[in-house]
Design a protein around this ligand. Structure first.
Ligand SMILES: [Zn+2]
Length: 467
């Protein structure tokens, strides 16, 4: 049987400072080795001080994944030597004296499959290695410690995945969930990384590390399954080892024999006392949790009658659901959902486009209201949206700049309708007995007005003129 388990590392990117010092959590804004201090550099005599906000955010993640949240948590030293780890140990969590990580066993449903969460731990991220030089002969390795000590949450799953596709779906759901909680921006480079444990037919477990994107993770798991099946069919023993993903060659490569927990010489971090996460604080956190994606979706469907699929897309992405939440009223909700999912999503389909986009909730409200009151047609609204995303101008300004307003003056519309009637005598004759043909004539009027006539008004006026 195929068994796949994941260890997902997620940076708490929305925090102010690192996990044990006051250096900034947002290390990306600094020049190399500018965001460091004696604590995160592990200098002798320096002492860590726990960032309480990080504990709260990690606890929120645990709650959102239906994990148990112990009242007392502890930190451990995981000892190993690596150049990006200045202290030669990483402060992390481990459940050796009972459940002392921020989150105990939980679960999350992917499709119809329940994926169990083993635990959630809070730990520090190491620094970053930078490789320079083109060939292996003259390559040098530099270390940037700006990231060292930034808050990281590790989510460990049980080996419940049966195939690479489930892995990918799970990661998409998890990433939306973390973004919705407001604890992380998973779209940032390196904000979410994952290792996968893969085994087949009760064979030894192989860990695949170093995978930077969900797309590659799915590929890496697929490759590893194929490799193990091939070995198995030739009766070659599968070694328990750590392999890393070579994203250029799209294969996994053996990197070292897998360490056992024993090799890390875990021991309690004596510089950080046991931390109490009071039940009262837990209750407060629970009450402050943002509405879950599934609850949002249900509400959109039941309260506003938004179609299931539209509600699904709208609720799972924080950028769009925030826009929706801040713009809709009971009467325009469906219209706004429609604008977002059919038009806006196509205009801001990359991170760069979203960031440079000038659209606000007010714009969306104006657009929906103008469509509903017949001020502009849906077609013109689409053009207006394009301009708004680009320039951020007020809708009224865009309507007058681009001359998008509906032809609302009846006499003007009647003149156009009369033109169409004289140009289409045959269709007019047919329209008297065939209601389909009248739609053809409405289409002609729309064409002449460049889509700015109100279709309902046009239809009414046309009927009167033909009779
Ligand atoms: Zn520091």
């Amino acid at each position: 049987m195929t068994k796949i388990g994941l260890e997902i590392h997620c940076q708490l990117t929305n925090l102010e400072s690192k996990l044990f010092c006051s250096c900034k959590a947002n290390y990306r804004q600094f020049e190399i080795n500018e965001n460091i201090c004696p604590v995160c550099m592990g200098l002798p005599g320096s002492l860590p001080r726990l960032n309480q906000e990080a504990v709260k955010k990690a606890t929120m993640i645990a709650m959102a994944l239906n994990c148990s949240t112990p009242e007392k948590i502890a930190f451990f030293r995981k000892n190993y030597f690596y150049p990006d780890l200045p202290k030669n140990f990483q402060i992390t969590q481990l459940n050796i004296y009972g459940d002392t990580s921020v989150g105990g066993s939980g679960s999350i449903v992917v499709g119809n499959k329940e994926i169990r969460i083993t635990r959630i731990q809070l730990e520090e991220d190491p620094g970053r290695l930078i490789y320079e030089g083109s060939s292996s002969k003259n390559q040098i390795t530099l270390v940037d410690y700006n990231r060292a000590g930034t808050p990281l949450v590790e989510i460990v799953t049980e080996p419940d995945f049966e195939n690479p596709k489930q892995v990918r779906e799970f990661l998409n759901i998890l990433s939306d969930l973390l973004e919705n909680l407001g604890v992380s921006d998973p779209g940032l480079e390196g904000a979410m990384r994952a290792d996968a444990n893969v085994s087949i037919d009760g064979g030894k477990k192989v860990e695949v590390k170093n995978i930077g994107s969900f797309h590659d993770l799915e590929k890496a798991v697929h490759f590893e399954l194929t490799r193990q099946e091939s070995l198995h069919s030739r009766e070659i023993e599968i070694a328990q080892e750590t392999r890393h993903w070579d994203d250029k060659r799209k294969i996994t490569i053996s990197s070292r024999s897998k360490e056992e927990a024993l090799d890390y010489r875990y021991f309690l971090e004596g510089d950080i006392p046991w931390v109490t996460v009071d039940p009262a604080i837990q209750e407060k956190l629970k009450s402050e949790m943002p509405e879950s994606i599934s609850s949002k979706k249900e509400r959109y469907v039941s309260k506003y009658n938004i179609p299931n699929q539209v509600a699904d897309v709208l609720s799972s992405d924080k950028f769009y659901s925030d826009l929706f939440e801040n713009s809709h009223t009971e009467s325009n909700a469906k219209e706004i959902a429609n604008i977002i999912t059919t038009d806006l999503m196509g205009l801001v389909d990359t991170r760069e486009k979203r960031e440079s986009s000038k659209i606000t909730a007010n714009h969306l409200r104006d657009l929906a209201d103008s469509i509903q009151t017949g001020k502009i047609s849906r077609n013109s609204a689409k053009n207006a949206l394009h301009e708004i995303v680009k320039t951020g101008k007020e809708l009224s300004q865009v309507i007058s700049d681009l001359d998008l307003g509906n032809v609302s003056d009846e006499s003007e519309l009647i003149t156009i309708i009369k033109d169409v009637i004289s140009e289409e005598p045959q269709a007019v004759e047919q329209a008297k007995s065939n209601s389909q043909t009248i739609n053809y004539l409405v289409g002609k009027v729309m064409q002449k007005t460049k889509g700015k006539a109100d279709p309902q008004l046009t239809l009414n006026l046309l009927k009167k003129q033909i009779e």
